[in-house]
Ligand binder design. Sequence first.
Ligand code: BDP
Length: 704
Amino acid sequence: ENGRQAWLRYAPLPRGHSTPTLPSTILALNSSASSPVYTAGQELQKGIQGIFGKRLSVHATGKQASSAVVGTASQFQKLFGSNPVKDELIEDGFWLNVKGGTVQILGQNERGALYGAFEYLSMLAQGNFSNVEYATNPAAPIRWVNSWDNMDGSIERGFAGKSVFFAGGHVASNLTRVSEYARLLSSIRINAVVVNNVNANFTTVNAENIAGVARIADVFRPYGIQLGLSLDFATPMKLGNLSTYDPLDSEVIAYWNAVTQQIYDHIFDFAGYLVKADSEGTPGPLVYNRTLADGANLFARALQPFGGIVMYRAFVYNQLPDEGDWKADRANAAVDYFQPLDGQFDDNVIIQIKYGPIDFQVREPASPLFANLPNTSTAIELQVAQEYLGQQCHLVYLPPLWRTILDFDLRVDNQSSLVRNVVTGERFKRPLGGSAAVVNVGLNDTWLGSHLAMSNLYAYGRLAWDWTSDSEEILQDWTRLTFGLDKTVVDTITQMSMASWPAYENYSGNLGEQTLTDILYTHFGPNPQTLDNTPWGQWTRADHTGIGMDRTVSTGTGFSGQYPPEVAAMYEDVETTPDDLLLWFHHVNYTQKLKSAKTVIQHFYDAHYEGAETAQRFVQMWQSLKGKVDDERFEDVLFRQSFQAGHSIVWRDAVVNFYNNVSGIPDDAGRVGHHPFRIEGENMVLSGYRPYAVTPFEAASNAT
Ligand code: BDP
């Protein structure tokens, strides 16, 4: 198996499994091929045939007894004169009623009906033949995916080959993979995809490409997925030949209105725009001394008549401090920029906020911006693409990391204010809200470059629907659907995955430091020495006596003061700051004692050895599954786990040696600095190779 079917394989159940009473026919209450209800009927047919070898016919009318009926509640009412749905359904919600072979799958809308069909099939594929009767509704209306795909077919931070959407500056001519991707996404209840990079190319909205992305939207539509686009804020100048892109200029306003009209002419259900402005060199309203709200509202007003929304990113930190300004802190930027604008954003603007204040690091506190916008809709931005987290060459199951943020209580007005209740809109009574995950699938058959990494995509969808779902249960569902029902396989993958984020944190950056990857270019592999020497603001402030960034109000950058008082007080004090974020908030000596009674430096040493050891164990654990997983996927995963095992040692040694050098403090266990089996790259000679000056030089061994 090559992984392309991911968790939708519909593999036959293992021998010995009984066959339940199945429906004898499928009633899909819409026969139009572009409708999600039609798709649901086809999917039920395909799934039941795959799992049980029984081919059911699909009709648009007929009797409901011993049928699987799928449609909206109102379609059902029209045909059968009654509405069996007992609970309230909101947009995209569905009702599932399974009584042996009589099955009702009724959505509030067609998309919900399709989700219900996938839910029923997921039960059958896992050998769960229970009778059930329940309604389920989404936690939030925005459950999006972002793709950082460029029009030339490359993908920024993509680790699985070229784009499924674009090639050579155009929309790809063959969209088969797009349709397969849409199917996967709809099964996890994702309802929109922004298909192009946040660092957007202005050509995205030229006439040819609008017609092109309309073809993508046509492929998405039967799966209930809407299309969104990232924009280049300076498009009016670059493409429209205007002399300005000032968001308050009437010609600029007219320009964007016209572009938006043109998009809706081609894509009537267009979802909206994603905007990265004034960020890492992208143009934006600040160029004209306009506010970020002026920038966001420009698009909001163009989209409003059509029902579209603007996801405006909070990742704005262009104004990095002057050199030597020790009080400067990139972590402060989002609240500094956005909090004063709270209440000035139009209703169809959602501020899309990365989970932590810096950038997808292995451990961050929740972004304080979630606590500072009570009058604005917000969404959390997560990253399924493991940019700083091993780029799919390391197994890192992310939901436990995400939950540290989503379950965090910000205590706004001294009341319960879990991040997840802020972003769903519940806490501040906002009509919109939700999440977006940067996914970056590519043409590789495995979608993400690694079979095991797909659990993160699956889990993202499940969590976006219900943030209280259990990370481990989600993982087990995914494993059964992906690798079958063998208990050893499920248990082993569960153990490996649940241990994986703690292991990666152990051998990369500990105690709330940054991840310690190379920060200048690749974001892959250890490079702790670059961190404090770059202008990117991802500093650890390591010197020979201590480490950590003082972000307190009393003596540091003031970042802790951006949280509501109870949380601010907790982080202000070394004593009450949890160990895992100690160095995020405080600069301490290497000999500072942690709550575990270890010193900071000994914790670094021990954690790195432990983390690398865990990664070694993954290899043996995976090897124990030989014969229980098909050979193709077995070998592929084994290759990756072996790489991770080796690379975790590179990580371990690079980081412990670095801190051993800067601190001069020995390892109590005497491990650091002893590498009896290591052969330095500089001492090796390879015949047939010639020396080459590596660019960037930091990536070369022994760089000074
Ligand atoms: C950083 C990535 C960069 C993205 C940026 C963003 O390294 O490629 O463009 O985030 O999110 O993490 O805009």
